[in-house]
Design a protein around this ligand. Sequence first.
Ligand code: NAD
Ligand code: TDX
Length: 336
Amino acid sequence: MSKILVTGGAGFIGSNFVRMLLNGSDHEVVNLDALTYAGNLENLTDVASNPRYTFVKGDIADSAQMDEAFAAHRPDLVVHFAAESHVDRSVLDATAFVRTNVQGTQVLLDKSRIYKTKRFVHVSTDEVYGSLGPWGFFTEDTPMQANSPYSASKAASDLLVRAAVHTHGMDCVITRCSNNYGPYQFPEKLIPLMIANALEGKHLPVYGDGKNVRDWIYVTDHCEGIRAAMERGQAGEVYNFGGNAERENIYVIKEILRLLGKGDNLIHYVKDRPGHDRRYAMDSSKARATLGWEPRHTFEQGLRQTLDWYVQNRSWWERVRSGAYQDYYKQQYASR
Ligand code: NAD
Ligand code: TDX
């Protein structure tokens, strides 16, 4: 049994990872999260009373706060999800992206070294590789050519992790994954936004010609990859994870409408995202061969499961859209 510090565990992928560890291992989990707009403790109500779970509110870019958290909890392992994660927000203002994704990662690396954490798992993204043409795949050796302020800040954090390995001999592993979807994804990202808008009869905004391609992976498949890298990855290595499910955005959107029994008249083409990457596609053969990992869900299975979840958990995303979810922390934790 290890004590695992999960940063960003109140977000989309982090909360799915925390749930997986609590339900499927005997590890202790300390969830450290600043509860920005993207952090939602309602993502974890089903596991929050587990005696192996602790929540700590903290900002990874605040060195004093992180010192306090590491001194109090002395984690064996750190799995680092916390980030500003939405490309559109980074186009409007990159300040928080540099602070959290770059500075915050360095603070965590420093504390992990000082407090002798055994392994640091850094959760990164395929977007650090830039954009592909119609053919080819990203491998772990593809040069980083980040195009958005978001992906540039993630690429900077990857390099800081690499530097910690080479300069300080730290045991770090970097994971890079393609586009996730599934339960508890904040409805600003493509799939949950389109589902929520369709269910409310609102327009579905398609950027540009709708023919940009993403490689979709169901969130628990990504979480299993991160766990495999944590347990069996080699220090200093990078592992790509993809869903083997390239789809044009317009296909995904039309499929959501079809499965919900809604008409294509809700589709609205809008101005393109500035610098919009055309295509991402991952070669995950290294993770398959060396970690024994593979995704369990086809896109069709995963999308159906995701649609069912958003239909059945309408109050979850309605509370997110109304802002009511931000009161939950005050009620549950602030008075303790
Ligand atoms: P998210 O935006 O849903 O969650 C981010 C979490 O980090 C939130 O709980 C937020 O409160 C927390 N956070 C933000 N700033 C913080 C700070 N300064 N201190 C502490 N906590 C802070 O993000 P996500 O989609 O779950 O992504 C998680 C990680 O996975 C990110 O590092 C992202 O780059 C990476 N990733 C995401 C995807 C994807 O498709 N969503 C794909 C590949 C990689
Ligand atoms: O309203 C929309 N309309 C639209 O056409 C939105 C929100 C998106 N899009 C397009 C843009 C992209 O081509 O859909 C595609 C997916 O967009 P996002 O959900 O914003 O994801 P993306 O920009 O691809 O980045 C995601 O995958 C990699 C995550 O947000 C990142 O955190 C992750 O690193």
